[in-house]
Ligand binder design. Sequence first.
Ligand SMILES: Cc1cc2nc3c(=O)[nH]c(=O)nc-3n(C[C@H](O)[C@H](O)[C@H](O)COP(=O)(O)OP(=O)(O)OC[C@H]3O[C@@H](n4cnc5c(N)ncnc54)[C@H](O)[C@@H]3O)c2cc1C
Length: 372
Amino acid sequence: MDAEVTIIGAGVIGLAVSAALSGCKGPVFVIERNRTFGQETSSRNSEVIHSGIYYPYGSLKGKLCLEGKKKIYAYCNKNDIPYRKCGKLIIATKSSEKPHLLEILKRSRSNGVTDGRIIEQDEVNELEPYVKATIALYFPTSGIIDSHRLMKQLEAESVIGGSQMVYGAEVIGIEKIKNGYRVDLIDADKQKFNFSTKMIVNAAGLNAGKIAGYLEINDPDYRVYYWKGEYFGVGNGKNKYVNSLVYPVPERNTVGLGIHTTVDLGGGLKLGPNAIWLADDNLDLKVDPTNSVVFYNTVKHFLPFLELDDLTPDQAGIRTKLQKPGDPVRDFIINEESNRNMPGLVNLLGIESPGLTASLSIADYVKGLLKL
Ligand SMILES: Cc1cc2nc3c(=O)[nH]c(=O)nc-3n(C[C@H](O)[C@H](O)[C@H](O)COP(=O)(O)OP(=O)(O)OC[C@H]3O[C@@H](n4cnc5c(N)ncnc54)[C@H](O)[C@@H]3O)c2cc1C
């Protein structure tokens, strides 16, 4: 075999897996179709280190988010990766929303999130003088991270640990062979080549369903749906009016967390993301400027300082979800496929939020599945 392990995709998940496999016996290849790492979803998100409040008890999302949050802060400290524990506030503007906040607090505690507490209006005002709220649920250890620096560090660690990064090469086919797999690639010059590998980690993000399809895994449970999330930047100096991550009380069964404030390490402030189902599977990354009106109307009750012309279109990212509109929320799929007669193949599908937060714990989980 040319490779012991082949990781498809150099987003934060593929990079975290390759870093976790540092020093493992035999060559590790990381195959990425773009010219460098992190060009897709991993650089088009809110960069929030989530607490793990909402995910169902016992789910991979809940468990790996909670573990991942601790690991990522420790990793940042060890490697000088910028982050800020700016805290998260879920705010109620009407007293009728308090029972829902208490319910979220209870759920967060049963998920093992220990830092949440209800704070009254005075304390909200001290933390966020420009935000309108009667009461809030406060999670002081939620934070933001420089995700590019995280990925850069993971890439460096991978290379030092022996992984070979193969950029500008797209996987266009995989075939099961004796004791492993044959992987077909095409490079930027349209040259085709192939190699053999004992194990494969499919960390191809939005494309992970297609990669599984190359091995004729056409399980409807593995069908990936795309949901766009748009952001609007807040300008006219009003980026300074909010310090933390401020969320409205979420609607039940929502596909996102509701349009909220996202602060960044450079002092910027964004609103978003919304959640638009891309029914035609078109990877459309445009931000529709006319949506500023919806954003404005959604947040003005808790950000009363905002004017419509403070908002300008910013980035968009695409979530890979395992559900379409109306379906129940699904957990991450992280499966070793021996029971499909494909030992050593790990498929990761539906790695939406909190994938960044959970990246280091997902990597350790994958390493465990591969028994490495
Ligand atoms: C709008 C939005 C907001 C989010 N906010 C947060 C947040 O605040 N906190 C959080 O924890 N998570 C957040 N997430 C989730 C997080 O961004 C993802 O879980 C994470 O980035 C997924 O990483 P990945 O490596 O699986 O995917 P990607 O970053 O997409 O990487 C997959 C890689 O595979 C490569 N690839 C695909 N097909 C092939 C092929 N055939 N050959 C070679 N290479 C291939 C791609 O080029 C890509 O680089 C958010 C996501 C979105 C969309």
